[in-house]
Design a protein around this ligand. Structure first.
Ligand code: FES
Length: 151
């Protein structure tokens, strides 16, 4: 089996795994990083969203071989030490989460959006496809705007 080297949350890792193994299982089962959640396993719910080189991807549909030499960030690596990312802080301030299952993915998708634009429009926020079964979309939108304003 091949060995892949990449970074997760700023730390270099080496993982021996089949080339087609989903990044989600590498993160959760081989590296013990459980922020990215398993919902559908088919690139629909987005509960497994993490960043590869700053771009949001679904870890269930990203192979470990494709992240060779890349920089993976999960919710565990989003804060800067003890200082929460503005999106995380806004989520807390507005008490966004209900069940919470989708929230790590929602926050990572929002963080990726704010990397692309500092002033996201409603249409850009609506283009985030992460599913929330609790229907917390109004608070998610407010939190993204609050995080954008916080800069
Ligand atoms: S578990 Fe990855 S998109 Fe649903």
């Amino acid at each position: 089996m091949p060995t892949y080297s990449f970074k997760v949350n700023g730390k270099a890792v080496k993982v021996t795994a089949p080339a087609g193994m989903a990044l989600l299982w590498v993160l959760r089962d081989k590296l013990g990083i459980t922020g990215p959640k398993y919902g559908c396993g088919m690139n629909v719910c987005k509960a497994c969203t993490c960043l590869v080189n700053g771009t949001a991807v679904t870890a269930c549909s990203t192979t470990v071989s494709s992240v060779q030499g890349q920089e993976v960030t999960t919710i565990e690596g989003l804060a800067n030490g003890d200082t929460l990312h503005p999106v995380q802080q806004a989520w807390l301030d507005l008490d966004v989460a209900q069940s919470g299952f989708c929230q790590a993915g929602q926050i990572m998708a929002a963080a990726a959006l704010l990397k692309k634009t500092k002033t996201p429009t409603d249409a850009e926020i609506d283009a985030i496809e992460n599913v929330c079964r609790c229907g917390s979309y109004c608070r998610i939108r407010s939190a993204i705007k609050r995080a954008a304003a916080a800069g």
